[in-house]
Design a protein around this ligand. Structure first.
Ligand SMILES: [Zn+2]
Length: 157
């Protein structure tokens, strides 16, 4: 995705992004991102910045994040990038459907740091249980499709 400035980011979130939730944009390798995902420093919220496939504008999404505790064993697959994690590499992210005032939430199991864009490009130290034989373009397409479907159902795009 194209680089985004701090001012643009704040604008997308209508100024509702507290300082503790501000990502360090100076270290982002924008070329390696289909969406930018990051986590609030307290860990309970996640954020996503992406271009809407509908109107081409940047959208900022806030998720609640739940870590799975006490279930360190087992294999969990990210529903967006299909990375297979052993241990605690995933979390449940839920987004409220627009207009539901948080009463209707749609959740998915996703890489705990929302770094799926980096994972499909093998830019995160592989902690792999399973290496999928699929080229990067196909992985990007699949991930984008899944992100868009999720956020469209939540009426956030
Ligand atoms: Zn992922």
């Amino acid at each position: 995705m194209d680089p985004v400035t701090e001012a643009e980011l704040l604008d997308v979130f209508d100024g509702q992004l507290p300082a503790e939730a501000m990502p360090d944009l100076t270290v982002v390798e924008w070329d390696a991102h289909d969406f930018l995902g990051w986590i609030h420093s307290a860990g309970h919220l996640g954020y996503m910045l992406l271009l809407s496939p509908n109107d081409g504008h940047l959208k900022g999404i806030q998720f609640r994040r739940f870590r799975f505790s006490g279930t360190g064993r087992g294999i969990h697959m990210c529903s967006l990038c299909h990375h297979m994690h052993s241990g605690e590499g995933t979390a449940m992210f839920s987004v409220s459907r627009k207009g539901s005032d948080g009463r209707h939430r749609l959740g998915n199991v996703v890489c705990k740091d929302l770094d799926c864009s980096l994972r499909i490009r093998d830019l995160v130290a592989p902690n792999d249980y399973y290496q999928e034989k699929l080229n990067v373009q196909a992985k990007i397409w699949r991930m984008q499709t899944r992100v868009h479907r999720w956020l469209t159902r939540a009426e956030r795009l």
